[in-house]
Design a protein around this ligand. Structure first.
Ligand SMILES: Cc1cc2nc3c(=O)[nH]c(=O)nc-3n(C[C@H](O)[C@H](O)[C@H](O)COP(=O)(O)OP(=O)(O)OC[C@H]3O[C@@H](n4cnc5c(N)ncnc54)[C@H](O)[C@@H]3O)c2cc1C
Length: 456
């Protein structure tokens, strides 16, 4: 390991490996470190889903039948009402893959472009130059301190936000820790089906009312039953009991459980500071409608690599000002769409089970098209007449006593407020000068959003 790099990436999982590869490919001298050993890297999850359609966009390796990381794939998924009625079909293909093996593949891929990977190497703190700017990091390799100089330090350490949360106040990127109430607690049960011939699970099926789903896994006679909830894992377990008391699942035996958390909060308003970039779960980049975060993080990685590599190649310092385009490109595009969903989703799911049943029945929010669009484009592409159609159907539900007027108002309010947030993000400033005013208004808009995950 050399001690002077163009780019030092903290975290060698999906975000860090991808960004490291992109920078190494452009001739940067890249070091990617991870506190875990190469045997344990990525082991926090086994099975995960990769959106198949976007893999060519990012140019990442695609697991294929016969590869050790390939499990299976499906073209569509089902979404059901609280009482398992009115199935909606999401036409969006996913590849099912083994996370640790896929990360190994991404590591090898990054190395083939010249990136160095050092496991058992933990970020401890930043190193600053005489002007107080980040100039590298202090690491612990196998318990021994090691100082690495780098023009850019990248936090890809996941929800732990190991580097970002150590930034000095006011350094240019918010240094919040993802609080417990801003996490989504996910519990996965790997099960063996008792009647696999009859009940085989070949594509996922979800119940948004319980934030629960069943999906295929590596054993064709098995499945994964998942639930994600706010508050705590204990709350997720309670919600699971409610789910299985209301929904008839195939008979199964639980083989083992996995659990983990995903961030559910808005990303920092800036991803860049002098000598610093944050990507992936550390930047809270997960999709708020599914909790998936691998490919949504790659969007920022791609924009950042395209912006920052030329700066470093030119010999100029990677300042916040020079890298500002990373913020503008991301926030005005994917950032605005994901902020929009996060803005309205609380209002849409804060209704009773019978109201949600009504929404499924009448294709309000939960329709084949809206769900497919949301997965593919991160937005439901609605015409004005479709929106009005939803409003009229809900008012019809109010007249027939199936829908509360307060729920209609709450939904309209959250759609309106989310629209304001989206437009504000689409006007993300093109330079640092206008940022403070933009941020103040963004804070105000977010303060009006209904939470789907509450502190109480
Ligand atoms: C149960 C569950 C199921 C999920 N399923 C899916 C799915 O199907 N599809 C999907 O797209 N997303 C899924 N997600 C979300 C997805 O796992 C994350 O969005 C994604 O893995 C984040 O990638 P990352 O590289 O940002 O961070 P991580 O994968 O968390 O990697 C961070 C790395 O940084 C290292 N690190 C941490 N601190 C330090 C330090 N101080 N020094 C050095 N290294 C450090 C860690 O060891 C780790 O290897 C799921 C999440 C959960 C919890």
């Amino acid at each position: 390991m050399n001690d002077a790099y163009d780019v030092l990436v903290i975290g060698a999982a999906t975000a860090g490996s991808y960004f490291g590869k992109l920078m190494a490919e452009q001739g940067m001298k890249v070091l990617i470190v991870d506190r875990l050993s190469s045997e344990t890297l990525g082991r926090r999850l086994d099975i995960f889903h990769l959106d198949k359609e976007v893999l060519p966009v990012f140019g990442v390796p695609e697991p294929r039948p016969g590869d050790d990381d390939y499990v299976t794939e499906f073209q569509s998924g089902l979404t059901l009402s609280p009482e398992s009625n009115y199935p909606k079909t999401t036409q969006y293909p996913f590849i099912v893959s083994h996370m640790p093996l896929y990360i190994k593949r991404l590591n090898r891929w990054a190395e083939s472009f010249g990136a160095e990977i050092s496991c058992d190497t933990e970020f401890a703190d930043f190193v600053y130059d005489g002007n107080g700017k980040i100039a590298g990091a202090l690491l612990q390799k196998n318990g021994k301190p090691l100082t690495v100089a780098a023009k850019l330090v990248v936090d890809a350490s996941g929800i732990a936000s190991a580097a970002r949360s150590r930034l000095k106040d006011g350094y240019g990127v918010e240094n919040f820790q993802v609080a417990d109430h801003e996490k989504f607690y996910v519990v996965l049960r790997y099960v063996k089906l008792k009647n696999p011939e009859r009940d085989r699970v070949t594509r996922p099926c979800g119940w948004p009312a319980y934030k629960a789903w069943i999906a295929p896994q590596h054993d064709p006679d098995g499945a994964i039953i998942g639930i994600g909830q706010s508050h705590s894992f204990a709350h997720a377990e309670q919600a699971f009991q409610e789910f299985i008391s209301r929904v008839r699942l195939p008979d199964y035996d639980v083989l083992y459980k996995e659990q983990g958390t995903t961030p559910f909060r808005r990303p920092p308003y800036s991803f860049v500071a002098d000598g610093f970039l944050v990507i992936g779960d550390s930047a809270c980049m997960t999709k708020s409608f599914s909790g998936e975060g691998v490919t949504s993080a790659w969007t920022l990685c791609k924009i950042a690599a395209e912006t920052i590599a030329p700066i470093i190649k030119s010999g100029a310092p990677a300042t916040r000002r020079a890298m500002w385009r990373v913020n503008t490109e991301y926030m005005r595009g994917q950032g605005a769409k994901l902020a929009h969903i996060m803005g309205w989703i609380g209002g849409a799911v804060n209704c009773t089970l019978s109201e949600q049943e009504f929404m499924f029945k009448h294709d309000i929010v939960f329709s084949d098209k809206a769900l497919t669009d949301t997965n593919r484009h991160f937005e439901a592409k609605m015409t004005v007449s479709e929106m009005l159609g939803w409003a009229f159907k809900m008012l019809g539900g109010v007249c027939s006593g199936q829908f509360r007027f307060s729920t209609v108002l709450s939904m309209l309010r959250s759609v309106f407020r989310a629209g304001n947030i989206k437009r504000h993000y689409q006007r993300y400033p093109g330079n640092e000068e206008a940022f403070d005013a933009w941020r103040q208004k963004a804070d105000l808009l977010w303060s009006r959003v209904d939470g789907v995950l509450r502190e109480d």
